[in-house]
Design a protein around this ligand. Structure first.
Ligand code: UDX
Length: 444
């Protein structure tokens, strides 16, 4: 019989997981407390931008294989497997992970499960959470049903979420029994049949794999960005340095792109939550380096703001600045902790007239920072600009040439915040170019 799957939490992770599970042939119900989100998803309307996902959503809502509900009772008596994909945002008080949504979903589920089931956590949680939740499930669920917990962290990247879910680069099962492992093997049979590496382990290791991976990626980015501070001072080319490092197979070139640094809904909060958790465990200095990783990352934003001031002769007030890109990365409309939006907002607060264009991120950015100007094309953003800032490396921006912008701008000045342009080409065309990791001499 076809496995019945519920996915609790229909945000980025949950909506993607639900649609991909339907694509793999399972019967799926997505559950959320947000009625508006559920209504939209039920009509095949995806509330965020993710390439390839709208098509899957529409296809499976139409086929009837994918449904959505706000009612836990509906899934508690129906699904064989319940995936938990709710958010674990940063807690304002201590920068730890806020587990209220995870706790609430487990409690609600436990009360409504009326048939044997496996509950599978996918959310990113502090180590120790799964073992605690297994206890909650055991205590709160009916004595006549067999409910077990497993932890199966999610590594999907925004922009590649469908591929990362259907064909992940590895699978991690944190389990307490062979039965749970067997059930997860059924769910992921297709990927396992394609020789996807599988790690079967305990809860703690499974939880740690996820935060360790994100901490490593953040560290790699801040590592190259720390060298940017050096090359900005002594000269040298940060891109060539990264290329040369990347040829060492032990290091690898990926995640060594120097620029305004990392943002988004995962890396920043996950490295902070990890530090908080490890301190709670009494390991006060173990993750101190992540504090530096965070600081280096945030200093990149200061650097762009300071370059903008320098390029405008320290008189930013009233000057027009075009910002190309506000999403935290290309192929996404997500502006959570976006370095680009932060820089745009700070320059606005310094008195600049900031005009933003992002192919997908304008609407989300407008909600967070309504006072910036938002336009629908590069040409409109660049019109009469004294300075252009390229802050998210959309392909559309990477392909820009001096001739594309020259007719619109008032000043031929540009900061390449992602190191994606051919700087020599722009300089030959008479532009003043500054980039992160590159020495900048305001006198030219
Ligand atoms: C990340 C992890 O990659 C993913 O495995 C996890 O499940 C969730 O968090 P995501 O947040 O989608 O995914 O973004 P990612 O592609 O990792 O990029 C994170 C940030 O780092 C972006 O702001 C990006 O611009 C920045 N970045 C990335 C760099 O500044 N330089 C690089 O070389 C790579």
């Amino acid at each position: 019989m076809t496995l019945r799957i519920s996915v609790i939490g229909t945000g980025y992770l949950g909506a993607t997981h639900a649609a991909c599970m339907a694509e793999l042939g399972f019967e799926v119900i997505g559950v959320d407390v947000d009625q508006d989100k559920i209504s939209r998803l039920s009509q095949g309307d995806l509330p965020f931008h993710e390439p390839g996902l709208p098509e899957l959503l529409v296809k499976h809502v139409r086929s009837g294989r994918l449904r959505f509900t706000t009612d836990y009772a509906e899934v508690g008596g129906w699904a064989d497997i319940h995936f938990i994909g709710v958010g674990t945002p940063e807690r304002a008080a201590d920068r730890g992970a806020d587990l209220r949504y995870v706790d609430a979903s487990i409690q609600s589920l436990a009360r409504h499960i009326t048939r044997d089931a496996l509950v599978v956590g996918k959310s990113t949680v502090p180590v120790g959470t799964a073992r605690r939740l297994a206890g909650v499930l055991a205590a709160e669920s009916r004595p006549d049903v067999n409910v077990e917990l497993a932890w199966n962290p999610e590594f999907l990247r925004e922009g590649f979420a469908v591929k990362d879910t259907v064909s992940p680069d590895r699978l991690v099962f944190g389990v307490d029994s062979g039965t749970a492992e067997a059930r997860l093997r059924e769910v992921y049979a297709r990927a396992l049949g394609q020789d996807t590496p599988l790690v079967v382990t305990d809860f703690e290791t499974a939880e740690l794999v996820k935060v360790a991976a994100n901490a490593f990626l953040a560290t790699k980015i801040s590592f190259i960005n720390a060298f940017s501070e050096v090359t900005e001072t002594v000269g040298g080319d940060i891109r060539t340095l990264a290329d040369a490092l990347g040829f060492d197979a032990r290091i690898g070139r990926k995640f060594l792109n120097a620029g305004i640094g990392f943002g988004g809904g995962c890396l920043p909060k996950d490295i902070r939550a990890l530090q908080t958790r490890v301190s709670e465990l009494g390991l006060n200095h173990t993750m101190d380096f992540l504090h530096n990783v965070d600081d280096i990352n945030l200093r990149r934003r200061d650097r762009v703001v300071s370059l903008a001031h320098q390029m405008l002769d320290n008189s930013v007030a009233g000057r027009r600045i075009a910002v190309l890109g506000v999403a935290f990365k290309p192929d996404s409309d997500d502006v959570r902790d976006s370095p680009a939006l932060d820089v745009a907002g700070r320059l606005y607060n310094d008195g600049a007239e900031v005009t933003v264009y992002d192919p997908e991120g304008n609407d989300n950015a407008r909600r967070r920072f309504p006072r910036l100007g938002y336009v629908d094309s590069v040409a409109d953003a660049a019109r009469d600009a004294d300075l252009v800032l390229l802050l998210t490396e959309w392909n559309e921006f990477k392909a820009l040439t001096p001739a594309d912008l020259a007719p619109q701008v008032r000043g031929t000045r540009l900061v390449d915040g992602r190191n994606v342009l051919d700087h020599a080409q722009w300089e030959q065309a008479g532009w003043t170019i500054a980039a992160l990791g590159r020495r900048f001499d305001p006198a030219g």
